[in-house]
Every structure is written in C-alpha cells, then in structure tokens.
Design a protein around this ligand. Sequence first.
Ligand code: PLP
Length: 364
Amino acid sequence: MIEYENLGKLNAKYFMQYENSFTEFLKSGWYVLGKGVQSFETNFANYTNSNHCIGVASGLDALTISFLALDLPKGSEVIVAANSYIASVLSIKQAGLIPVLVEPCSDTYNIDPSEIEKSITSNTKAILCVHMYGKLCDMSSIMSIAKANNLKVIEDCAQAHGAKQGSDVAGSFGHINAFSFYPTKNLGALGDAGAIVTSDDKLADKVKALRNYGSHIKYQNIYIGMNSRLDECQARFLDIKLKDIYNITEHKRTLAQIYFRLLNSSKFILPIQSPDFFDVFHIFNIRHNKRDELKSYLEENGVKTEIHYPIPPHKQECFKETYDHLNFPITEEIHRTTLSLPISTIHSSDDIIHICELLNNFEA
Ligand SMILES: *Cc1c(COP(=O)(O)O)cnc(C)c1O
C-alpha cells in the first residue's frame, strides 16, 4: 500500500530533536510568545526575504489578520481565483470584504492576470494571489496591474513555501503575505500554526498587536484585536523543521521529475513547467476525464490519492446565495478532473516509478 501521506512517518526523522526541544520548553516555564516564537520569526523572515515575520495561530488567521491590518474600507472588493481553497475566500469575508471570483489560467491553475484586469471596479481595493499546488502566480504581471490601479496585493503562500518566480521567493512580492504550517504543508507543524510576512514596518507593527488582543503594551488596547498567537511549542518544532526545508523541497522536486519523465503525457494532463518558475510541489496533480474511475483504479491497486478540491467555493452550501448563479467553466473543469498523486518525503523514487507504471496501464 502506498499511502497519500503519513504524518507520523514524515516527522519521525525529527522526533529526537522535537523531544529535546519539548523538554526545554517544558522546563522554561515560559509558554506563550517566548524564545521559540522569536527565533522562528527571525529565521522565517530571513527565509522569505522579508523584514518581518509575525507568527499566528493558523493560515486562515494569517490571511484574515493581513486583511484587517490593511484596514480597507468595509465592503471593498478583493479579487481572488475561483478555484482557490475555501480558507482563502473565507478570510476575505471574515475581514468584512467582498470576494470577487475570477477564472484561473487553465494550465497553471493560478489566477489569470487578464481576468483580474477585466474585474477591476472603483470598489476594488486588493488582489489575493493564491499560489496553487506549489507554483507561484504570475507575480510580475500581477504587481504591475496592482501598481497601475493602486491595489494592495496579498499572497496566500500556504502551498508555496520557498517557491520562486525568477529569483524572488513566495512572500516577498505582496504588501502583506500569509503562510500556513498545517501539518501536511511543505513546512508543517504538529498542530495548527501560521505566519504573516511583510517588509512594511507599520503593517508588521499593527499585526503584532492584532494577534494579541490589539495590544502592544499589556492592558493597553489600541485595536479591536484577537487572540491568534503562534503557539510557543509549535514555533520550536517549526524552527527545527525549517533547517531541513531545502531537503524537503528537493525531495518533492525529484519525485515530480520522475512523474514528468515517466507519465504518458498523451493520456494525462500534467502540470505545466516553465524555466522562470521554481515550483515546490506541495501537490502534484494530474487531470483526466475519468478522474473518479482513475482514483478507484489506483486504490484497487494499492495507491491512495486525494482530490484538491472536489467542490469549488462558489458551489459550496455556505456561499449558495452569493455565488450559485455564477459559472466558471475552467474552475469547474479543474474540480471535475483533477487528481493529486503521492509526493511526500515518505515516498521513495521506486514508489513513484510504480505509480507511473500503474497509471500508464490505466484503460479508460
Ligand atoms: C491550508 C491552506 C490554507 C489554510 O491554512 P490553515 O492553517 O489550515 O488555516 C489557506 N490557503 C491555502 C491555499 C491552503 O492550502
């Protein structure tokens, strides 16, 4: 059986370091916003080539607090790809703003810059760029559109730790940018965790207060904030795993290259690769017209897969009244045909070779 993911196995190589770090944490007697959070924030700011990193409780909170810090007029429109993960769209709503859904490119699965331009109104104040599967959105085009139209840019980097366009890394393009360290992400904690990165001193300062009841100084509250601090223990685990992120990324990129080399590209639609983009393959998806049959076939042959995602946000029950009348043919086609193949550090090259053989033998 080849599992899609196994978090126990994935973390096994760090157990000793985690145990030592946990003992130190336990004995320190300092359990909230301590040395662990401070150290991780410094190292992660460095990793994302940003002046500031502020740890928060989750990826969704990182996005929501980013929007709150920008303080856009209530009811402002934020442009976001229709095939984004639900959390990306939720964050816009949570901040009292209006998500305006647009189609992605059919080959990169990321927001289409020409669709952004078509959707800008006098009410548009920001663009949320969700880097899907581990490939960056076309940030050079998007940043020039944003500049020309005086829009803020927020990156959702939850699937894109370390991904690049040219020499620039995820989290270094937008005004304020969000990461998730949910356990399955490329950089994953042992529970919920997230972070905001920015090079804007004022925004960083505000975010630091917002995650902590809106307060810089104890019992003095200047904003209507929340409690969304990065857990001290998770920060210590993340700081340990961050030292290994280069190897994690290289492992996944090596497995991706096996898929690219061996999979029959006349049978499956493979992800697009281009020389200007350094992809980190949080997810390796293929597309096939008979996706559900393909998924069952692999399962019968001992290979577990996932679907990211089965239902797009505009078809979700919670958004029924707002978006159900809308049609997004590219988005809906992606959701109907996409299948995520195993691509974790728990998998060997032989696992992937075996999966490719099975796939190429699939008779549709
Ligand atoms: C995982 C994810 C999130 C949400 O992160 P949480 O830490 O689970 O709240 C947001 N956006 C994208 C694209 C994600 O993949």
